[in-house]
Ligand binder design. Structure first.
Ligand SMILES: [Cu+2]
Length: 165
């Protein structure tokens, strides 16, 4: 009986650690931030591509509006904040100064909308790689992230949000 209990304890502990390491929040290095980041991913690039896009959901748990002011990374020279507009059937993207996240609200950075643009990549982004980002918010300060590289949005979900019942 004692051995059984013991084993149960370890299994529980391992499962718990597993859940922690696989939750989407686990990719956030700064945990206490008022800004939560979910489902972040960087788009894989073909060789010799100069730019790459990063998408994520930004959730503001604060009772004041916040602003994403800028982003830093080691894999590119610059990270720009972009949005996409449609004019005469042509989609074009252009840089914005910041991205506003309403109090207790969310902003979705997704293909066809807001995104972060890695400009002048220092290396190719391959599936399985991670990109380390530092997000700068006006109120929440710095949020550090480790973002996985995927081919498309369809690849992300499940294995980052493994459920244990
Ligand atoms: Cu862009």
């Amino acid at each position: 009986m004692h051995i059984l209990m013991n084993r149960f304890f370890w299994i529980t502990l391992i499962c718990f650690a597993f859940v922690l390491s696989n939750s989407t929040k686990a990719q956030m290095i700064s945990h206490k931030s008022k800004i939560q980041v979910h489902k972040a991913w960087a788009r894989a690039t073909p060789p010799y591509t100069k730019n790459a896009a990063i998408y994520m959901i930004l959730k503001n748990n604060n009772s004041a509006n916040d602003l994403l002011l800028g982003v830093q990374t080691t894999v590119a020279k610059v990270v720009e904040l972009h949005t996409v507009t449609e004019e005469k059937g042509m989609m074009s993207m252009y840089p914005v100064k910041n991205i506003s996240i309403p109090a207790h609200g969310t902003v979705v950075l997704k293909p066809g909308g807001y995104h972060m643009m890695l400009v002048n990549l220092k290396r190719q982004l391959k599936v399985g790689n991670h990109v380390t980002l530092t997000l700068q918010f006006k109120h929440a300060g710095e949020v550090k992230l480790k973002v996985p590289v995927h081919k498309s949005q369809r690849d992300i979900h499940e294995h980052h949000e493994m459920k244990h019942d």
